[in-house]
Design a binder for this molecule. Structure first.
Ligand code: 13P
Ligand code: SF4
Length: 323
């Protein structure tokens, strides 16, 4: 592997990458997991496409020898925490997460120490080191469900996403101590442009991820995780939807309901794209080279892995049956 964080190799343009990836998956007993924010070509060849919770469950349950994780680093790292005996590969090791980066463990540890009586609930979009400092992990699918199981008398720190934290406060009436982190994709949606779109498409439902700012969420007809947004659109009698999250999700929504109209919510500046620059570092070519060379691999220190596992297992127990 090069120092770039992915395998660089000249690929014969005549090669059918889909066929090669399928062949390598069988030969190596590998599974390809992909998040909804991956480019459509990767989604189309994945064995499982899902949100953070669904992908973690798949990573824990698979009997494959190799997990190729087409997502970002914290997701592949979570797969490794759950399945330490499997080889977990990330097509591009640089695929990080701006939200996870806002919460370095060496700053989060003293923050938690200031509130020793607080339970620490962390969103899965964080490093293994931050997970190791947490009591329970959550995803956007189960955050509210988990919080409602924690007694009202128990003070709670919520990290790292301030928008999800504030949304949980509004949903549950709890007084959370929220870490001030944010996602670069979800903070850029424009309220002004959203309102213009609503005038143009008055029948459209607005669907938003809870990582969006309150200025966007207050116009939403539905707020939920990627899988919940997908399900809402599939089951709805509506025919048009403005979607405020990374636009990769639109690929499955359009496949689910070809006759419905899906409109990505526009960001404030420049281009009308709302793609996560980290997620989009993975390409179908990198999925191929990663599987072929079994690199780059996620390696984790065992003591951190064990400490990070405990709050993830707690999440799994507390959210059994939630999807
Ligand atoms: P979901 O768990 O809803 O798929 O969210 C993951 C994510 O990174 C959102 O930005
Ligand atoms: Fe992280 Fe935001 Fe990208 Fe999700 S969309 S992986 S929170 S940077």
């Amino acid at each position: 592997m090069t120092e770039k964080g992915f395998v660089e190799e000249e690929i014969d343009p005549a090669l059918d990458l889909y066929e090669e990836i399928e062949r390598l998956k069988v030969e190596k007993k590998a599974i390809l997991l992909a998040h909804y924010y991956q480019e459509p070509a990767i989604q189309d060849i994945a064995d499982f496409i899902g949100d953070s919770l669904g992908l973690s469950r798949q990573a824990a349950a698979t009997d494959a020898d190799i997990i190729v994780f087409a997502g970002v680093h914290f997701m592949a790292e979570t797969a490794k925490i759950l399945s330490p005996n499997k080889k977990v590969l990330l097509p591009d090791l640089n695929a990080g997460c701006s939200l996870a980066d806002t919460c370095p463990a060496d700053q989060f540890a003293p923050f938690c120490e200031r509130y020793p009586d607080h339970l620490v609930m962390s969103y899965i979009n964080c490093s293994a080191a931050v997970k190791a400092l947490s009591d329970v992990i959550c995803t956007s699918t189960n955050a509210e469900h988990l919080l409602r199981q924690i007694p009202e008398s128990q003070p709670v720190i919520f990290a790292p996403d301030r928008n999800l934290g504030q949304w949980l406060i509004r949903q549950t009436g709890r007084d959370l101590r929220v870490w001030d982190g944010v996602c670069i994709v979800h903070e850029t949606f424009s309220e002004r442009k959203l309102l213009t779109l609503k005038v143009r498409y008055p029948q459209a439902f607005v669907l938003a991820h809870p990582e969006c700012e309150e200025a966007i969420l207050r116009h939403a007809d539905f707020v939920g995780s990627t899988s919940a947004i997908r399900r809402f659109a599939r089951e709805s009698e509506g025919t048009a939807f403005i979607v405020a999250t990374e636009e990769g999700i639109l690929h499955q929504m359009r496949k689910d309901s070809p006759s419905k109209h899906f409109i990505p919510a526009p960001p404030e500046s420049g281009c009308n794209c709302s793609q996560c620059p980290h997620m989009r570092l993975n390409t179908i070519e990198k999925v191929y080279t990663c599987l072929k060379h079994e690199l780059p691999e996620i390696i984790l220190e065992e003591s951190i892995r064990r400490r990070a596992l405990r709050p993830i297992e707690r999440m799994m127990e507390m959210s059994a049956g939630v999807s």
